[in-house]
Design a protein around this ligand. Structure first.
Ligand SMILES: [Zn+2]
Length: 365
């Protein structure tokens, strides 16, 4: 199988367009034309993981965290980043990162954490805006169904659990073609009135070229009338963190036990307990402190995340229980998520979890 077969699949579930601006998700080492034989999935791409790949005859490492975030200027092997990249290149091993783009999609990192905690009624904690557009176009009545289908086919008209969403109104379009025109209906130099359907659909802006291609390929007119409008609605399927509910409310001690057991962590750093039952829980894998106000606004009783600093704990203000479960601990199930998805899509491809524990943080308890 070509590397591009796999990366195209990964980018269909977690489009690169959804990564944060500081991120460097995607193919970091290697090119799409190389044939891949075996892959290792890890949270971090360390030298140890590259050594493991060499030993196992794997020529692809898929990690959640990108080994390279910003420009490398020297390749002397003075830092672990340079050494990892150099060793991978020397040994024809490709490195692929699927980071904040996988954090930001509904079926990604945070849903997996929520499932691990047994949360239900899940929704994205901070849906992103500015990712959607609306297309309005005008088509003869008898061609409207065909055009709608073509637009749906390329991903327009999906809202939450619904597909094939559109709004249709009927009216009259007018036009007069000149001598060079080649109109679908009507005659040259004669004003024509045609009964038309106005179709309105929304779609992720990243699909614009596909949607326009479907429009132009399917619409019968020589000159297609349409408007493409950026909209500021939230994208319900894309954003940071997740919020959901425990099936049964619990007290603080029960909740800490749940965190330790289900996230396999020896310690939870947390703010003062509030002495109330916990039911609504917000989660964000990795460094999630930027979502605290969203969690409070959503009425979450607790916020489970990582990388909290001393002063940031004060921001709880007695409104919410902040629980820092550790960065690696919060994201470790991302590896299982990736292996399962890839195995399902490519059942005969050899993919496995790394045996290295790449967590750089140790606990003495
Ligand atoms: Zn992380």
């Amino acid at each position: 199988m070509f590397l591009s077969d796999l990366t195209q699949y990964l980018e269909s579930i977690a489009p690169l367009a959804y990564q944060e601006s500081y991120d460097n998700s995607g193919l970091i080492v290697g090119n799409g034309q190389m044939k891949i034989t075996k892959a290792i999935v890890s949270l971090d791409c360390t030298e140890e993981v590259i050594d493991e790949a060499i030993q196992m005859g794997a020529n692809l490492v898929i990690s959640h965290h990108p080994i390279v975030f910003s420009g490398l200027k020297k390749f002397n092997g003075n830092t672990y980043i340079e050494r990892v990249v150099m060793k991978a290149i020397k040994n024809d091993i490709a490195i692929y990162a699927i980071h904040t783009n996988l954090d930001n999609v509904r079926h990604g990192v945070n849903q997996r954490i929520a499932e691990q905690l047994g949360l239900v009624n899940l929704q994205i904690l901070a849906p992103k805006t500015g990712l959607l557009s609306k297309l309005q176009t005008y088509v003869p009545h008898d061609r409207a169904a065909e055009l709608r289908d073509a637009l749906f086919e390329v991903g327009a008209g999906h809202i939450g659990n619904y597909s094939e969403c559109s709004f249709n109104t009927q009216g009259t379009g007018t036009f007069k073609g000149n001598d060079q025109s080649n109109a679908y209906v009507g005659e040259k130099n004669v004003t024509h009135a045609e009964p038309e359907t106005k179709i309105e659909v929304i779609f992720p802006t990243r699909l614009s070229s596909k949607v326009l291609k479907a429009l132009f390929n399917t619409h019968p007119y020589e000159e297609v009338a349409y408007e493409l409008i950026p909209i500021s609605n939230q994208h319900q399927e894309v954003g940071s963190g997740m919020v959901g509910e425990l099936t049964q409310e619990c007290n603080d001690e029960e909740f800490f036990a749940l965190l330790k057991n289900s996230l396999n962590t020896p310690v939870v750093r947390h703010t003062a307990t509030l002495g109330k039952k916990l039911k609504k829980i917000a989660v964000c894998g990795g460094s999630g402190s930027f979502l605290l106000q969203n969690a409070i606004q959503m009425g979450a009783d607790a916020f489970v995340t990582a990388d909290y600093k001393y002063h940031q704990f004060f921001d709880a203000e007695g409104k919410i229980l902040i629980c820092d479960v550790g960065h690696y601990e919060s994201e470790q199930f991302t590896m299982d998520l990736l292996v399962e998805k890839i195995q399902k899509k490519f059942p005969t491809f050899a993919i496995c979890l790394t045996k290295c524990n790449t967590n750089p943080v140790f606990y003495s308890v």
